[in-house]
Design a binder for this molecule. Structure first.
Ligand code: ASP
Ligand code: MG
Length: 467
């Protein structure tokens, strides 16, 4: 099989874990062609972002201190992990070149005193540049042929939307498949940096936080992989957060559309565009743990088995949001009201997570993150209060509870089951939405009612007996 295997940051942050991965890949590579994709080691991207913050605040020494932390950590891990002295030496030379470039970049940014989206992407791309060298060397160390490649080097070409770029798929497909096919024919395992690519001028771009998942599927669809595995520190997608529900179960199979809903609702952090490249090619994806490879994880595919198609899959929750109830008599029958409200919020850079409007049109309710609440409220007050809006009512600290699964589609009585069990538990519901796809039924409760609501639904739909 042709496999793309992606490792998240926590999977590659300790010597013993990197060694275990190398061994695992070695046995897999006997029968399969493997392209590896890596995130940065855990915490590195955060540190790089903090460096940019220090530069903005003209705190050069803080930036350099953080760079030293990154450098030391990678050097130390390289020395601990790579046992053959020639392999280790070569690795340290390559890492040193990156360190020199990183420090020069920080110097340059400090001199200019500004962080542009372009320099920011260049800076935060270093995490993956470093991690791939280490992982690739660990394969060399046990006698496998492997080379590290950044997203740019493998051939991922993107638009110039720094910080949130998208691959130009046709160019990317041509270039990456050429690079990777050539390596496969030489029995060499490419270890590719996730999260980044380069625009047509060669400037480094990134896909946004968590973007290595998206890199993996972009590469997988380019080389016509048979499967893509996302390896991290969780066993797969679960029926609920196991911290809330003790008997939460691992989901064996879900469809792409269900997984997209689950990703949006934060069940496991997956980059929101991860599934895009898979939809047309229908490449199956597995979500697995690198710490527990005996476990097959969750299979995400276009065509789950019939049994898996007909069920409610999970109840997820997102805490710490704010609800804004927007009211006004002149909103009734007035075309363009919603447009004005959402335009105002969009201009303020607010991401709206849930929307509902009652049929009398006298109120629109939205949910945003607690951290966006202040900005959302003030921009609505400033632009629209006294005009189309008469009153804003704000509730902080609410949670979104979402029931997800294609089994809800066309099934009578799901909503009544949900709200009866919620009511029995004396939880008050302040807003409800269901998309017409019927994949997701979501409602809002107080933060403090989250656990009760999640447990009640998990129980009501017997999700502990799902597989
Ligand atoms: N290293 C990047 C981040 O931390 C990308 C990724 O981990 O997927 O967001
Ligand atoms: Mg990640």
């Amino acid at each position: 099989m042709r496999l793309v295997i992606k490792y998240g940051g926590t999977s590659i942050s300790a010597t013993k874990d990197i060694k275990a991965i190398a061994k695992y890949l070695s046995s897999l590579s006997k029968k399969n062609q493997i392209a590896v994709v890596c995130s940065a080691m855990s915490g590195t991207t955060d540190d790089l972002i903090e460096i940019s913050e220090s530069i903005k605040k003209e705190n050069k020494s803080k930036g350099e201190q953080l760079a030293a932390k990154i450098i030391n950590r990678h050097k130390q891990l390289a020395k601990q992990t790579i046992t053959k002295s020639d392999v280790q030496k070569k690795l340290l030379v390559k890492l040193d070149q990156d360190f020199t470039e990183l420090l020069a970049l920080i110097d340059g940014m400090v001199l200019l005193g500004e962080v542009t989206p372009r320099s920011m992407d260049y800076l935060i791309s270093f995490g993956e540049r470093l991690s791939i060298k280490l992982v690739s060397a660990s394969l060399n160390d046990i006698g496998l042929k492997s080379i590290p490649l950044t997203g740019k080097e493998v051939g991922i070409v993107t638009d110039s939307n720094f910080g949130e770029s998208k691959p130009l798929m046709d160019t990317t497909r041509l270039r990456t498949s050429k690079t990777i096919d050539a390596l496969f024919s030489k029995k060499t395992i490419p270890v590719i940096g996730g999260f980044t690519g380069a625009d047509q001028h060669g400037h480094v771009t990134t896909f946004g936080r968590g973007g290595s998942d998206y890199s993996a599927t972009t590469i997988g669809s380019s080389i016509k992989a048979d499967e893509i595995w996302l390896m991290s520190d969780v066993d797969g997608l679960m029926t609920a957060d196991p911290k809330i529900v003790k008997n939460a179960k691992l989901l064996k199979e879900v469809s792409y559309v269900e997984a997209i809903e689950m990703a949006l609702f934060g069940a496991k952090q997956i980059h929101p565009r991860t599934f895009e490249p898979l939809l047309s090619k229908k490449i199956p994806m597995k979500i697995r743990s690198s710490f527990n490879v005996k476990n097959e994880g969750t299979l995400v595919s276009a065509t789950p088995s019939k049994a898996a198609r007909n069920t409610v899959k999970c109840v997820s929750n997102v805490r710490n949001n704010g609800l804004i109830d927007i009211r006004g008599g002149s909103m009734v029958g007035n075309p363009g009201t919603a447009a004005k409200i959402f335009e105002t919020l969009a201009k303020a850079g607010i991401n709206v997570m849930m929307i509902s409007q009652n049929p009398s049109e006298s109120s629109i309710t939205i949910v945003v993150k607690n951290t966006d609440l202040d900005k959302a409220t003030s921009s609505l007050e400033l632009e629209l209060l006294g005009k189309i809006i008469k009153k804003l009512e704000v509730t902080t600290d609410v949670a979104i509870i979402a029931l997800i699964g294609s089994g809800m589609r066309g099934t009578v009585g799901v909503a009544s089951k949900v709200f009866t069990s919620i009511q029995k538990n004396k939880v008050n519901v302040s807003m409800i939405t269901q998309g017409s796809s019927e994949l997701n039924l979501a409602f809002v409760v107080k933060n403090s009612d989250t656990n009760t609501a999640v447990r009640a639904l998990h129980n009501e739909f017997a999700l502990d007996k799902i597989n």
